[in-house]
Structure formats: C-alpha cells, structure tokens
Design a protein around this ligand. Structure first.
Ligand code: OFO
Length: 163
C-alpha cells in the first residue's frame, strides 16, 4: 500500500507530466506559426510522449488502489523568442522534471516503498534520454547561430522523428 504522502507526490507528478505535454503542444503551435514544420512535428510527438508519462503514473496509482486526483494544469507560454530559445526552455524544463523524479525516488527510498522505487526506475532512465535529446538539438541551434539555411536543415531533420 502506498503512503498518503506518496499518493500526493505521485498525483502531483501526473500534473507535472501533463504540464510538460501542454508546454510542448504550445511550443509546437508556435513552431508551426513560424513555418518550422519539423520542429512542430517533433514537439507534437513529445506532447504525446508526455501524456504517456502521465498515464503510466495514473495507472500505477489505480493499480495500487490509490486515488488518482487530477489537479489544475498551469497555462503554458504561447510565445517564444526564437527556435534556439525554445530549445533552451525545453532543456531547462527537462532538467526540472529530472529533479522532480529524483525527489520522488528519494522519497520512495526514505519510505522503504519498494514498489514505487522499481516503478520510478523507468523514469530515472527516461530522463537521461529526455535531457540528451533536448541538449543535442539545443547545441546544434546554438552552433548555427542565425544562419537560416542551417535552421531549415535542422527543421528537416526534426521532421524525421517517428516516436
Ligand atoms: Fe516526462 O519527461 Fe519530459 O518532461
């Protein structure tokens, strides 16, 4: 059985994952408005992935007989300065999510909650990939600076993402 403190923390993480989805959907809309269709595509896939992250926790709560209590999701920003700034924001956001997952994991250790520890291991690993992907795109964007031909090349690359 999960502690009430753990149930509250997991419910809060569902909200954070859904906020991530919301944020990436807003970023996708902005990219589309800038005619960066590859960025829009990449971010829309990310939006779907984040919903999966939220649903895995939601199902874990239900499978453990705990209440999944949905919380209000903040409004994401709608405007971004540039594609580079956008990916700086993605990277910063993923680092924040990593810290939240680590905090949850530490709580599970403190509580000797072995189920949640094992469950969260997937997220600990997933965050390595989340940060690495964001870092790699952000670094390419920083390297090209304002060269629009290179930006459109990156846009084409991002369009290839399948999942
Ligand atoms: Fe759910 O990993 Fe990104 O935020």
């Amino acid at each position: 059985m999960l502690s009430s403190k753990m149930v509250a923390a997991l419910n809060s993480q569902v909200k954070h994952e859904l906020y991530s989805a919301y944020l990436y959907l807003a970023m996708s809309a902005w990219s589309d408005s800038q005619n960066l269709k590859g960025f829009a595509h990449w971010l829309r896939i990310q939006y779907i992935e984040e919903q999966d992250h939220a649903m895995k926790i939601f199902d874990f709560l239900l499978d453990n007989g705990a209440a999944a209590a949905l919380q209000a999701i903040d409004q994401p920003p709608a405007d971004f300065k540039s594609a580079t700034q956008l990916f700086e924001d993605v990277l910063a956001h993923e680092k924040k999510v990593t810290a939240l997952i680590h905090q949850l994991y530490a709580q599970a250790i403190d509580e000797k909650d072995y189920r949640t520890q094992i469950f969260l291991q997937w997220y600990v690993t997933e965050q390595i990939e989340e940060e690495a992907d964001a870092q790699s795109i952000r670094d390419k964007l920083v390297a090209i600076g304002d060269k629009s031909t290179a930006l459109f090349w990156i846009d084409k690359e991002l369009k290839k993402r399948e999942g």
